[in-house]
Write a protein that binds this ligand. Structure first.
Ligand code: 4NP
Length: 159
């Protein structure tokens, strides 16, 4: 199973989701069953490490984002990944506009897995520290829900 998190710049929300979700997969014993990556819609930050504010906030919760580097959404991603999970409605619109008709990937808002089918992870880039904490809270909740869904799909549900 392969999961791709998508935001606008790939330096705040989606790398945070990649790091948090990867850690939860480790804790759930699913690290070998699920591959994780993240990317951005826009080109501005390609090759850069996550925003220092995102790195610091994640580090306070024990998640290291320092090794990640931004990249842009690629046409091949629609075939490489089973899930393309958007952080907000603009990201979702941009992904759907590029989606080839023969891609089988699930394309949806990430917070659907936190029980919020129409809610976005707010863009923290132009705001303060609190925005990064809210991003982490939302991403941790949605990651827990996504683990439950993937566990069901992988046929490894609790006995
Ligand atoms: P992200 O945040 O989409 O969560 O990575 C942003 C990063 C950069 C910009 C916007 C949002 N920007 O306009 O450069």
């Amino acid at each position: 199973m392969r999961v791709l998190f998508v935001c606008l710049g790939n330096i705040c929300r989606s790398p945070t989701a990649e790091g948090v979700f990867r850690r939860q997969l480790d804790e759930a014993g699913l690290a070998d069953a699920v591959a994780v990556d993240s990317c951005g819609i826009g080109p501005w930050h390609v090759g850069k490490a996550p925003d220092p504010r995102a790195q610091a906030a994640a580090r306070r919760r024990g998640v290291d984002l320092s090794g990640l580097r931004a990249r842009q959404l690629d046409d091949e991603d629609f075939y490489r990944f089973d899930y393309l999970l958007a952080m907000d409605h603009d990201n979702l619109t941009a992904i759907e506009a590029r989606r080839p008709p023969d891609s089988d990937a699930v394309v949806t808002l990430f917070l659907e897995y936190a029980g919020h089918p129409d809610r976005a992870v707010p863009d923290p880039y132009f705001g303060g520290e609190q925005g990064f904490e809210e991003v982490l809270d939302l991403i941790e909740a949605a990651s827990r829900g996504l683990i439950v869904t993937l566990r069901d799909r992988l046929g490894e549900g609790a006995p």
